[in-house]
Design a protein around this ligand. Structure first.
Ligand code: G16
Ligand code: MG
Length: 216
């Protein structure tokens, strides 16, 4: 029986993936890597430093920067990203997700956040949805990011629930793998998440009734 939901942030609650992309695109230009839609897709759910490594590697630049220079590039990206985050408002909650959060709250489900983003608290405040959640997993404390199960296991701990009683919502392949490996019910939002137990094309299709219908 599902008693709680663990939410990814970017691409599930917040329309912030486009802001990450905008900032990383600039990083790609700086290091001389060609920005492609495929690269943008592969960065979803990936931590800040791992994202930078992927951008460097995509252009064959992985050996051209010292660790200190890489940290500078990542900090510059985050500074630009945070400027963009300041423009987020409650209207940037993805379609249907505010209604879904209300539905879960009204039906007594517990909710937590399993985001790779160190900026999750800032974004949740900006969107004015912080109060729905029991807690947010701190990604700085993780030994391994998605697809490792650690983040979604900790998201169940935050809820005080066994993994079997938790459903995880994700828009990235790495995130779906993390949910599955944690032994939770995976709900994918997006077109290419074949490993998800339940899958929707768009956030505005997600509801308790729709999830039950797909599981029946
Ligand atoms: C998000 C994004 C990633 C981003 C990562 C780290 O994960 O999808 O693109 O690189 O967080 O974010 P930050 O640089 O803000 O710490 P999620 O798990 O919310 O989809
Ligand atoms: Mg995501």
């Amino acid at each position: 029986d599902i008693k709680g939901f663990a939410f990814d942030l970017d691409g599930v609650i917040a329309d912030s993936a486009r802001l990450h992309s905008k900032a990383w695109h600039q990083t790609a230009d700086t290091v001389g890597t060609t920005w492609t839609p495929e690269l943008a897709e592969n960065l979803k759910g990936v931590s800040r430093m791992d994202s930078l490594e992927m951008i460097l590697k995509a252009g064959g630049h992985e050996n051209e920067y010292t660790q200190a220079q890489k940290e500078e590039l990542a900090t510059a990206k985050n500074t630009q990203y945070l400027e963009l985050v300041k423009t987020l408002t409650p209207d940037d909650v993805l379609p249907g997700m505010k209604a879904f959060l209300d539905e879960l709250k009204a039906n007594g489900y517990k909710m937590s956040v399993a985001s790779a983003s160190k900026n999750a608290p800032t974004i949740l405040k900006q969107l004015k949805v912080m109060d729905y959640f029991e807690g947010i997993v701190d990604p700085a404390k993780l030994h391994a990011g998605k697809p490792d199960p650690e983040i979604f296991s900790l998201a169940a701990d935050v809820l005080g629930l066994a993994p079997a009683n938790v459903a995880g919502l994700e828009d990235s392949g790495a995130g779906i793998q993390s949910i599955n490996a944690a032994g939770e019910l995976s709900i994918g939002i997006g077109s290419e998440l074949s490993e998800a137990a339940v899958r929707f094309d768009r956030t505005d299709e997600v509801s308790l009734a729709a999830i039950k219908a797909k599981l029946a």
